[in-house]
Design a protein around this ligand. Sequence first.
Ligand SMILES: NC(=O)c1ccc[n+]([C@@H]2O[C@H](COP(=O)([O-])OP(=O)(O)OC[C@H]3O[C@@H](n4cnc5c(N)ncnc54)[C@H](OP(=O)(O)O)[C@@H]3O)[C@@H](O)[C@H]2O)c1
Length: 333
Amino acid sequence: MKAFIVNRYGKKEKLHPQEIAEPVVKVNDVLVQVYAAGVNLLDSKIKNGEFKLILPYKMPLVLGHDVAGVITKIGASVTRFKVGDEVYARPADHRIGTFAELIAINEADVALKPKKLTMEEAASIPLVALTVWQALVEKADLKKGQKVFIQAGSGGVGTIAIQLAKHIGATVATTTSTANLEWVKALGADVVIDYKKDDFETILRDYDVVLNSQDAKTLEKSLRVLKPGGKLISISGPPDPSFAKEIGLGWPLKIIMGLLSFGTRRKAKRKGVDYSFLFMRAEGSQLSKITALIDSGIISPVVDKVFPFGKTEEALTYVESGRAKGKVVIKVK
Ligand SMILES: NC(=O)c1ccc[n+]([C@@H]2O[C@H](COP(=O)([O-])OP(=O)(O)OC[C@H]3O[C@@H](n4cnc5c(N)ncnc54)[C@H](OP(=O)(O)O)[C@@H]3O)[C@@H](O)[C@H]2O)c1
């Protein structure tokens, strides 16, 4: 089968199209013919080696964390799916590789594709929607009437986070640049701040939850818009010791993560705010809940560009530009 592979870690390393062996289908796996693959900054960060310590991959590696497609084969112990099912997934870490014609995925990480979506739209959903679910529902326990600040409302995560937070019944503030103000408002955000002109720190007060996806300076400012008892959840670092524990890292890495997040945790504690880092995980049962929200019209995908399979490298470069409005997808079949 054809796949896009990287041969080594490195910022300058390119994706190479190559014929490789078809994946081995384990007893709990479904084999998915990839119709479309979503592109994430995580693909780029893994290629660059930024996750080498906590998520080491053997090279050569097929990148790609999001897929929509059709099941062509099932393992002997699969119970939830059959050949011919249209599905989507964020395969688990160490089993990624959706920039390919086929991928084998544990059935626990798969869900039926929302009926009303095209394959390209469906492939745009899993990683960002699971991130948002795990941040706002699992970690923040966001409630009706609470106030949440979601940074970068025009990004892959932001567009879905705004919609889920509004569905929960929260008041939503977000940031974006001038050109995106109106359509981000149309997604449902109550307060839209133009980060090119205004400083959110001077506008927002007494928030219950912040979903941080930007740099360290933004993280620090975010602490100041929260009320005591509020929750700061960061998906862009720094990782904390609880995260190291959750994913079963050894003492040296726990200590490193303790040091990396020490300043943030200390400042948060002084403000009476809870800081936590989230690295999303694959989970088919949560994705099924997201399917239901999409099928009932509560969440809609936001796809910026669809690239042909042959232009996978260009798709990744576009995502790396940081200017995507919603998601970038590769049409494989
Ligand atoms: N830890 C996890 O599990 C996890 C999961 C998903 C994502 N992430 C991380 O979260 C971050 C966001 O991911 P994403 O997929 O949403 O990224 P993305 O889609 O590539 O974000 C692009 C968007 O960010 C906006 N943006 C750029 N700089 C901004 C700023 N200073 N303030 C507000 N908006 C800004 C851009 O809007 P303008 O063009 O208007 O500037 C653009 O629409 C990435 O670092 C990603 O790796 C982590």
